[in-house]
Design a protein around this ligand. Sequence first.
Ligand code: PLP
Length: 375
Amino acid sequence: MSHYFDHAATSPMREAAREAWLRHAGHRNAGGQYASGRAARGALEGAREEIAALLGAEPVEVVFTGSGTEADNIAVLGLYRASALNRAVGSAVEHPAVREALAHLGSREGAEVEWLPVDAGGHVCDLSALDRPAAVATCMYANNETGALQPVERVVAAARAVGTPVHIDAVQALGRCAVDFRALGATTLAGSAHKFGGPRGVGLLLARRSPAPQPPLFGGGQERGLRPGTQDVAGAAATAAALREALAEREAEARRQGLLRDRLLREVLATVEDVRVNTAQPALPGHLSLSFPGAEGDSLIMLLDSLGVEAATGSACHSGVNRASEVLLAMGVPEREARGTVRFTLGPETSEKDVEYLAAHLPGVVRRARAAGMA
Ligand code: PLP
């Protein structure tokens, strides 16, 4: 039996989402002007309306995309290109979907990119780069590696005070936090269905009417022209069903997962020496990022896997080289420690038994990984 601790990477599809997906899998093209097209459009628009209501947006502001990555790219590149300014600001701990888009603007489109620094807990701590107007400012709602909740309200207020459009990457937060697009006041916001029990391959972009991103894709004009292409009706319906359920159980799950996470942390600190805790409050309730100096992250992951525990280092490994996470380096974690990191992320079906099993096996895993040493 496997013990799954990688819900930040993807969460199993909820039963309600599978049912909605199957119910709508037979739809034809939602652009069709005949009866079956109207039926498809009805289902698509129903999903859009429900998602809008759940997230405090208007239906016209909900744009279905193919992933969270795509939503982030459309927003960051599109808002930059829609502006006459050539400055862009992002936090130092953005997901590659945002970080690489900003880096592209810097290296290929003449943008002057500035990064908002974070403190040792991974929270954005200095907003002064937002004092000057920019084409786009972007800050994630919650960090994917540490779970750190960012001061997005203050980021939006500071950016808007000088007329800068703001993008919020809420991929880790949707379904886990009470996100209200209108109250937040952001220009655009990205989400991803598979993080809250919807299907993989469906992203959400909330985009105000104005200022609208300049579309980076060209085609038949679907999704306000921001994400042209024949729409995935079943995926949209399944996303709405998953979000409805995730938000209905959100508070109870946050409490439950928070208690399990705290218990795991207590047991690890009591049984393993020299542990660095990278997850600092305020953070998502199901996240726990830990570093074990002297061990290589890859070794820890492989040893855990051999015992049926599925967890991630939290950072992408490029061509087999175990690199330290840029997020942890931005927090000031020394490289050697950052390389020995494992991210445990809990989800709706994580049980006490999973946590007990992990807590019982982790000390041995760390011992063996430390004995194997660093590459
Ligand atoms: N942004 C954040 C914060 C994420 O955690 C992820 C996925 O891990 C993404 C964006 C990309 O989402 P997707 O996997 O849907 O492309």
